[in-house]
Design a protein around this ligand. Structure first.
Ligand SMILES: [Zn+2]
Ligand SMILES: [Zn+2]
Length: 366
């Protein structure tokens, strides 16, 4: 192969362009070249496409990726867990690299807020050498220091991408806002992050999980992931009615934990009423700046709430996600979340499918 095709975001809200780059054949010390097999389309990609998060254009999108090692640079012999890495191995990797030296990395141990954090498929301009730093492409160049994970042979690639960054994001969120055994949990939103949050809450021992979302095919997935009750926002459009229903389903007091995974600012006002007094509210869904809402802070004081946010994930959350995906139950469920598959040339149709909520999870097969 002498050239590599990639779907490139060149201007916000404009169709991605299929561009060709010279195929890379060499990797420097600690670097790797990977032939991409499967790339997930994340909701964040839609936000990037719409210009809701600043990125250096042009950019090759795609930060949820599985591929096979083509070239290993000098010194790169083991994956993040210490397992031997060889050419041909099937791998995934943490999408971000942090500096390890800044105030947040070193002093405050919040590497997801590293001031120099860079993410594949987001922070790399495709005009800059070595160009191939995103998942919507046939090949990717991984920088030295990337947390690479050899995927166990028994874990299908579709499970890894079906889970995508939603699962690692949910694992990080629930680490910050822990679900205890027997807890009641309300999850707002049944997109990939909401479904993953349901799975993580279930795996953590939540006894009663209530999902608020839609459309019906997503609510069906929510049930399979572990929601004992689902509330369809289309069937119950009144926020007041949904609030009553959700609180009744927790036994009348509200949930121990409410996890917002919607992304629309108004969902925060709906969600903040749903924890029990002294409960916790995790805002996990506001990944893009979607604007302001009016908000009554009295609720936080009166209900003695703990309100938390969580951003991105660290390599150890990828490790946890891959371990969760070794369990056949989760493997099947996350792999089955994928209901739309497109070749690279149809990347625009794939983005459109995600934007309009037409599928469970959408992937590109480069
Ligand atoms: Zn993502
Ligand atoms: Zn840093």
């Amino acid at each position: 192969m002498t050239s590599v095709k990639a779907a490139v975001l060149t201007a916000y809200e404009q169709p991605l362009e299929i561009r060709e780059y010279r195929a890379l054949t060499e990797a420097g010390p600690g670097e790797a070249l990977v032939r991409i097999e499967l790339a997930g389309i994340c909701g964040t990609d839609v936000h990037l496409w719409l210009g809701q998060l600043p990125v250096p254009l042009p950019v090759i999108l795609g930060h949820e990726t599985v591929g096979r090692i083509e070239v290993l640079g000098a010194g790169l012999e083991k994956d993040w867990r210490g397992a031997e890495l060889r050419v041909g191995d099937r791998v995934a990797w943490a999408s971000s690299i942090v500096c390890g030296e800044c105030y947040y990395c070193r002093v405050k141990r919040q590497p997801t807020r590293c001031v120099a954090r860079k993410a594949y498929g987001i922070s790399y301009c495709a005009n800059d050498h070595p160009h191939l730093r995103g998942g919507y492409a046939e090949q990717i160049h991984l920088r030295a220091g990337t947390a690479i994970f050899r995927i166990p042979d028994t874990t299908p690639s579709e499970a890894v991408i079906g889970a995508g960054c939603a699962l690692t994001t949910a694992i990080h969120g629930v680490e910050r806002c822990p679900v205890e055994w027997g807890d009641s949990v309300i999850v707002q939103g049944t997109g990939p992050v909401g479904l993953a949050a349901i799975a993580v809450a279930k795996q953590a021992g939540a006894a009663n999980i209530i999902a608020i979302g839609g459309p019906p095919h997503r609510l069906e997935l929510a049930r399979k992931m572990g929601a004992g009750h689902v509330i369809d926002i289309a069937a119950m459009p009144s926020i007041e009615q949904r609030r009553k229903e959700a609180i009744t389903l927790t036994g009348g007091y509200g949930a121990d934990i409410v996890i917002e995974c919607v992304g629309y600012p108004d969902a925060v006002n709906e969600g903040i009423e749903l924890p029990r007094d002294g409960g916790r509210f995790l805002v996990l869904g506001q990944y893009a700046n979607a604007g302001n809402i009016s908000f009554n802070p009295h609720t936080i004081t009166r209900k003695q709430l703990t309100v938390q946010g969580s951003w991105g994930f660290e390599p150890r959350h990828v490790d946890r996600a891959l371990r969760m995906l070794e369990i056949p139950h989760w493997q099947h469920l996350f792999a089955n979340e994928i209901t739309a598959r497109y070749p690279l040339a149809e990347a625009n149709a794939a983005l459109d499918t995600v934007k309009n909520w037409r599928a469970g999870k959408t992937v590109l097969i480069p």
